[in-house]
Write a protein that binds this ligand. Structure first.
Ligand SMILES: NC(=O)c1ccc[n+]([C@@H]2O[C@H](COP(=O)([O-])OP(=O)(O)OC[C@H]3O[C@@H](n4cnc5c(N)ncnc54)[C@H](O)[C@@H]3O)[C@@H](O)[C@H]2O)c1
Length: 389
């Protein structure tokens, strides 16, 4: 009989759900769910059932999930960073091309003239109005070299662009994935002053909100093309509108329609299609399901947004208990004493913290018992203890 119940708050690609196997059952009843799979459904006003141990968002953004409320109840929230990066990268490349060749205007002309019997001749006359330039040999500045930025930089470089990238927090893994042809720069202003195209791929944080503003635009080359496939509020749209009106910025390509962006001069607005590909949805579903399975079956945490990463592999001892807890002094000592009072030896112990919260995986020399969990949960600061084995 299936013992783990998963509730899907949105449709999740079957290639992911198929990985669950027969130890899991999809339920319609949220109140009995051990895990939730979600895409965009808003969970802020949801009552979170006591059975719920994990929420996995098939996608990167987690604005729809109450992260602190979940952390307080010992519910680990996962996301799927990078799973849709290739989908976004391909649309950014399309954005570079749309900004350079008037594909949008040209297709509009063809539609408007669909009834013209002589359209092939008329097109030869009309086409000069839609002429453009090539991207090969032009300079591209990439702000943010994460999962998406690295792929964009490499692809643009492969298309013959001269690519510069800047990321003050560049990870070793991302640096290793970057083509050797991409120049990493420390001085963002210097990069902006050289580039014909600037594309932004940073997360929305307090210090990135409105980062593309008058001041940053003032460092850019006259006639620059700005691309934003990250989040609309990274851009100060009043400042950008002014720069588009004056011609300082020649074109803006964005994935985010809003009441301002849809009316801005020389702007191409795509209706948030960055990750809208079958492959991105499949990748996100597979990653989300694998994260939930590894957590339920082994207690391991990979790609959580409210608890630290903690990977102890598969349990090879007689028992394993996991503990979601506050990051406070003495808590580990108090937890260890529960096992010694039961006469059980701790074989391995992993403890990781992240801000106010921490997580422990404790492998013990005897099978886990419910009394241990009850004692652990009575310790001040323990939010949830769970038997994995
Ligand atoms: N259009 C879409 O449909 C779509 C889909 C997925 C993601 N996104 C957006 O793209 C963003 C980037 O996604 P990702 O998967 O590459 O994220 P990521 O976390 O892998 O990379 C973000 C990078 O930005 C860097 N960074 C942070 N602050 C910076 C700063 N001030 N200057 C320069 N670099 C900075 C980080 O160090 C990191 O390397 C996401 O946060 C999301 O908002 C959009």
């Amino acid at each position: 009989m299936a013992d783990t119940k998963i509730k899907c708050l949105n449709p999740i690609a079957s290639v992911g759900l198929d990985l669950l196997g027969d130890k899991y059952e999809i339920t319609d009843n949220t109140e009995e769910a051990d895990g939730i799979l979600v895409r965009s459904a808003v969970m802020h006003d949801m009552e979170l059932p006591g059975s719920l141990k994990a929420v996995a968002r098939a996608g990167a953004g987690v604005n729809n999930i109450p992260l602190d409320k979940c952390a307080e109840q010992g519910i680990v929230v996962f996301n799927t960073p990078g799973a849709n990066a290739n989908g976004v990268k391909e649309l950014v490349i399309a954005g570079l091309l749309m900004a350079s060749r008037d594909i949008v205007g040209g297709i509009g002309w063809v539609r408007e003239n669909a009834d013209d019997e002589n359209i092939s001749k008329s097109a030869e006359k009309a086409k000069k109005a839609y002429a453009g330039c090539e991207i090969q040999g032009k300079k591209l500045g990439v702000i943010g070299l994460g999962a998406i930025g690295v792929l964009v930089a490499n692809a643009a470089s492969a298309l013959g662009m001269d690519v510069y990238g800047c990321d003050p927090y560049l990870s070793v893994a991302n640096a290793l994935n970057l083509s050797r042809l991409v120049h990493i720069v420390k001085d963002r202003e210097e990069m902006l002053s050289m580039c014909d195209y600037v594309t932004v791929h940073v997360p929305l944080l307090d210090d990135t909100k409105g980062m593309i503003n008058k001041e940053m635009i003032s460092h850019m080359k006259d006639g620059v093309v700005v691309l934003n496939f990250a989040r609309d509020i990274l851009v100060n749209e009043a400042d950008l509108s002014e720069a588009l009106e004056s011609g300082k910025v020649a074109k803006y390509v964005t994935d985010f329609p809003n009441t301002t962006s849809v009316k801005m001069k020389n702007t191409i607005v795509v209706p948030h299609l960055g990750a809208s590909t079958e492959e991105s949805e499949d990748n996100c579903a597979v990653m989300a399901v694998n994260e939930i399975k590894d957590f339920i079956e082994n207690g391991n945490i990979r790609n959580s947004v409210n608890y630290p990463a903690c990977d102890a592999g598969v349990c090879t001892t007689a028992g394993r208990i996991t503990i979601c807890h506050r990051n406070i002094p003495n808590l580990i000592t108090n937890c260890s004493s529960v096992f010694s009072s039961e006469g059980v030896n701790i074989e391995h112990m992993y403890d990781k913290s992240r801000g106010e919260y921490a997580y422990s995986i404790i492998d013990i020399a005897a099978p886990s018992k419910q009394e241990m969990v009850d004692k652990l949960e009575s310790i001040d600061g323990v939010l949830r203890a769970r038997i994995v084995k």
